[in-house]
Design a protein around this ligand. Sequence first.
Ligand code: FMN
Length: 208
Amino acid sequence: MSVREILEKRRSVRHYDSNYKVSSEMLASLIESASKSPNGNNIQATRYLIIDDPHLRDLLLPIAFNQQQVTEASALIVVLGDYQAFEKENIINIHEEGFQKGFFDASLRDYLASAAINYYANKSKEDLTIELTRDASLASMSLLLLANEAGLETITMSGYDSEQLKSTLHISERYLDVMLIAIGKGIKDGHKTVRHDVNKVIYKNKIQ
Ligand SMILES: Cc1cc2nc3c(=O)[nH]c(=O)nc-3n(C[C@H](O)[C@H](O)[C@H](O)COP(=O)(O)O)c2cc1C
């Protein structure tokens, strides 16, 4: 299926076959490809916390306002951003790795690393949160496309209590929880949804 076909057919699915298994290898393969998504300065800040413990899933159910996909879907992933990815050491290491692999020369390595370090140097926590959200959102959409291409259904969720989720899963302040993604075999199609006419969302040169 082409990307366009997947986008035309994809729906958020809220009912899953709880007996259907998606293997750890399959999930890792989908995440590996999703992590090829563009990300700011290639600092690779997005993390994927897979919740496969049924007890934890049960605990998360009320935290996610009893959305049954939390327990019924084959996979539940908490998509996170890692604030530590902005640290100088991470930025230098990533660019050094690219240099060692022969992807660019030493002068481009140094230029890219220092440009990234300077870019984040004066950013507020709020700015960094937006950076993490951008990167995690792009990777999440890639993961949805890949899962749909593999014949699975998905739903992204922000409908959960962030503080309770972080405390239940012992997620420290190092991480920003961006969204939940459930993946599995749907047993009921997601309802169709409308979209604005394209002319309502395109503006040229100015927007009011
Ligand atoms: C960031 C984000 C959070 C969402 N959170 C929820 C959620 O908590 N529960 C839910 O049922 N749907 C959730 N959705 C799904 C949207 O309702 C859905 O994408 C939208 O209605 C369009 O429908 P479609 O995905 O089937 O095209 C979320 C979608 C996004 C992008």
